[in-house]
Design a binder for this molecule. Structure first.
Ligand code: ATP
Ligand code: MG
Length: 314
């Protein structure tokens, strides 16, 4: 149940299950937005001040988005919060980019469309890398699809290579990154908690290559033994060999040694050469599963959500 009905000028009508993500509309203009609340559960268990830290991470996400300007990178519309009141929630206001992510596409469907989606994402990541920003958590769930194409979201764990104190922004939170989508160099060594290698652009090559692997084969690129150990058992790469130079670049993108991975520019070049730039999302939208259950308060609110969704996908 969304325990919120209004945040500033935004009327809340739904919530993602198990996540502090709210769907809302601006009262006057009806503009659809997503409200992302600071999330204290991203902090390690023994963290002394999870609320304040999660507010700082949300602000960091806003700051990173403010440094980027690309059609496939999420922008923010505003921020509602008060750093001087540590217990009150903060909200990042985002444009609603669609109800589905690349995780929701049925395996092996619409390969040209997902190939072109990878081309869009890698071109957007070239933009971010040129500005010194490493995302660190590229994965299908952080790529929203809608009529305008793919949007890269979730920049809270991003790292600016020219700011040595960016460590501060993410210290004390659980490892930024997701098992199965992080290169071995990104995984925190359990015997040395807190010791991390400096984030590098090749982290994102790995994340996007693992994403492409999942989209093209319908399987995760690595079998996981435990949540934090995933690279022991890579799956067969044979399925990717049909895609020529693009397949090769994705296989190389999953190299354990970051120095052996291609750059985002190389990945973009091969993806565009093989698939072009324009995903045909009209087809895709009809085929994806609505996997994000939206919690709502009343039947009336449910109906409103349905009406909104219909409009979005009409
Ligand atoms: N601008 C947006 N438009 C549409 N959906 C969004 C948007 N931002 C977030 N979402 C939805 O909310 C989900 C969670 O958002 P996000 O990844 O930013 O938060 P998170 O809590 O950091 O996620 P996680 O820790 O699981 O990676 C996304 O997977 C997506 O389904
Ligand atoms: Mg996410």
């Amino acid at each position: 149940m969304p325990n919120l009905s209004q945040v500033g000028p935004y009327i809340v009508h739904g919530k993602l299950l198990n996540k502090p993500i709210y769907f809302a509309q601006r009262e006057l203009t009806k503009e659809p937005v997503v409200l992302k609340k600071n999330n204290p559960t991203i902090c390690e268990d023994d963290h002394p001040n999870p609320n304040l830290t999660s507010k700082r991470v949300l602000e960091h996400e806003k700051r990173i988005m403010g440094m980027l300007d690309h059609p496939n990178i999420c922008q923010y519309l505003g921020y509602i919060g008060d750093q001087s009141a540590p217990d009150s929630p903060d909200f990042l206001i985002l444009p609603d980019k669609g109800r589905y992510t690349l995780r929701d596409i049925p395996p092996m469907q619409q390969i040209p469309a997902v190939g072109a989606a990878i081309a869009q994402v890698s071109a957007a990541m070239v933009h971010a890398h040129e500005r010194g920003i490493v995302h660190r958590d590229l994965k299908p769930d952080n790529l929203v699809i809608g009529r305008e194409g793919v949007t890269i979201i979730d920049w809270g764990g991003a790292y600016r290579r020219s700011f040595s104190n960016d460590w501060g922004a993410t210290m004390g939170i659980l490892t930024p990154g997701t098992p199965g989508y992080m290169g071995p160099e990104q995984v925190v060594n359990p015997s040395q908690p807190g010791a991390r290698t400096r984030p590098e652009f090749a982290n994102d090559t790995f994340g996007l290559s693992a994403t492409a692997y999942f989209l093209f084969t319908g399987k995760e690129a690595f079998l996981r033994c435990r949540d934090d150990i995933y690279f022991a058992l890579p799956r067969s790469r044979d399925g990717l060999r049909h895609y020529g130079g693009f397949g090769e670049v994705i296989i190389a993108g999953l190299e354990p040694n970051p120095k052996k991975r291609p750059t985002m520019k190389q990945l973009t070049f091969e993806a565009e050469r093989h698939f072009g730039r324009e995903p045909r999302f009209e087809n895709l939208e009809g085929r994806v599963n609505p996997v994000h259950p939206v919690e709502t308060d009343t039947t009336e609110l449910l109906e409103q959500t349905a009406i909104m969704l219909d409009r979005k996908f009409e």
